[in-house]
Design a protein around this ligand. Structure first.
Ligand code: ADP
Ligand code: ASP
Ligand code: MG
Length: 438
């Protein structure tokens, strides 16, 4: 069994939905994971925001506009009356459901139910299109097997058991279509795997079934050596180790959901990044194979908050770091980067929802300084400790940029540097030039 995930652009128009057929119709058994059509989840977020703000007229206008877009896609997608009618019924039902939230109070659970509509629509639309073209497929409801626990972590045991139970219902079937991104939470409510989560759905399914391969089809030919949205010249990296890919995804390479590499890595399932617009391109393969001695790629993660914590006692007493970290643990706020000195520790976080409470507790025994709007630039590669020169090359490229924190040696795969967000582009361009001669 292979798992193939297609992102928003790969199902972003009737034309793209049609061209998917060539990529999935072979007789090999496969599970196809689809995202919402590009722009849909953003539009649903906008609708939910309007509902939260009690701007129901605005919400209704946004809902109408999105529904119109879907109606026009249907006309282009289907050529037979029966499929078109099925599509119309589908769209009508989903938009009636979304519209029902304009009548009453709006809650966080309802927001999640709204955000799920994009993937429910795209998968059913593709399923009807396959049916119209005589290709048999099974629409597998992700809400029957994809689940997160009370810590918002995937419930692997539940996923494995329930996915296998679902598949058993269709013995002999080869092509399954399911929704990316959406899941249930520990209370059985509709939830999601966070933005970009369809990649995570694919790797969780791939790991649950120990599949032959997980393919992530998107709009670019593989992982590039630098962020193509920011620097002009980049090249695809043909081979990555799981560790390298995980660091790049976590530190901002948008092509992969931040934590989606881990399930594949645990079960040693290869992940291939491919371009749906250019299916012949080689892309990137992610496996255990660890290339030694190279600088592989650069990524950047925005929205970082730096917290400088200084002990109010003269010397760093033992137990100080534990007291600091306990506070972050209690507020379920994970730390990305750490640097320490004799009397101070600086950490970074990317989630400020509990920041006020954290600072209040820290101030009971420390002085605290906060810097918002920071960016972590992460240089990923294989830097074994007995090889010299990597840190020097990286820092030399950044000699004109004010550096707030540096982290080196935490793993053999990453050198991270914290800078003010306003220096991000300059930094990525400088690293491209010096490290990759681009
Ligand atoms: P999908 O909708 O298919 O999930 P995404 O937009 O989430 O696609 O991810 C693909 C995009 O990721 C690319 O179009 C590219 O702009 C962006 N990206 C950021 N960093 C990288 C990188 N290092 N390599 C490749 N793509 C990257
Ligand atoms: N549709 C969701 C999003 O836009 C999930 C995904 O595309 O992976 O975030
Ligand atoms: Mg994505």
């Amino acid at each position: 069994m292979k798992v193939l995930k297609f992102g928003g652009t790969s199902v972003g128009s009737a034309e793209r939905m049609k061209s998917l057929v060539a990529l999935i119709k072979s007789n090999e058994p496969k599970i196809v994971v689809l995202s919402a059509m590009s722009g849909t989840t953003n539009a649903l977020v906008e609708i939910a925001n309007a509902l939260y703000a009690r701007k129901n007229d605005k919400a209704k206008k946004l809902i109408n506009a999105l529904e119109k877009k879907y109606e026009s896609v249907l006309k282009e997608l289907y050529s037979k009356e029966t499929s078109l009618n099925k599509g119309k019924e589908l769209v009508k039902n989903h938009f009636e459901f979304i519209r029902s939230f304009t009548l009453d109070m709006f809650t966080a659970n309802e927001e999640k139910a709204i955000l799920a509509q994009g993937e429910l629509l795209s998968t059913a639309m593709e399923h009807f299109y396959l049916e119209e073209n005589g290709i048999e497929s099974v629409l597998l409801p992700a809400l029957n097997f994809m689940r997160i626990d009370e810590n918002d972590e995937p419930d692997m045991k539940y996923i494995e058991e329930n996915l296998k139970t679902e598949l058993k219902k269709y013995s002999g079937k080869k092509l399954f279509i399911t929704q990316g991104y959406i899941c249930r939470n520990a209370f059985g409510e509709i939830d999601n795997l966070k933005r970009g989560g369809s990649d995570y759905t694919a790797t969780l399914i791939g790991a649950a079934l120990i599949s032959e391969e997980i393919q992530i089809w998107t709009d670019i030919d593989g992982m590039r050596n630098n962020d193509p949205r920011i620097v002009e010249k980049t090249f695809p990296v043909t081979e990555l180790s799981y560790d390298e890919a995980a660091e790049l995804a976590y530190f901002g390479a948008k092509i992969l959901h931040p934590t989606c590499v881990l399930p594949a890595q645990k079960k040693k399932v290869p992940v291939r990044l491919l371009n749906a617009l250019q299916p012949q391109a080689k892309g990137t393969v992610i496996t255990e194979k660890t290339p030694t001695d190279r600088i592989t790629a650069v990524a950047a993660k925005d929205g970082i908050i730096a917290i400088k914590i200084k002990s109010t006692r003269m010397l760093l007493a033992y137990g100080f770091l534990r007291s600091v970290f306990e506070i972050f643990e209690r507020y379920k706020t994970s730390i990305d980067m750490i640097t320490t000195s004799e009397v101070a520790v600086s950490v970074t976080i990317d989630n400020d929802s509990r920041l006020d409470a954290i600072v209040k507790e820290l101030k009971e025994f420390c002085s605290v300084e906060i810097d918002k709007n920071q960016t972590i630039v992460c240089v990923v590669g294989s830097f074994s400790a007995d090889k010299q020169g990597y840190a020097l090359r990286i820092l030399d490229s950044m000699k004109n940029i004010p550096i707030r924190m540096i982290s080196y040696g935490g793993s053999e795969n990453n050198v991270s540097v914290l800078i003010d967000a306003k220096y991000k582009k300059e930094t990525l361009v400088a690293l491209n030039k010096q490290l990759f001669n681009l």
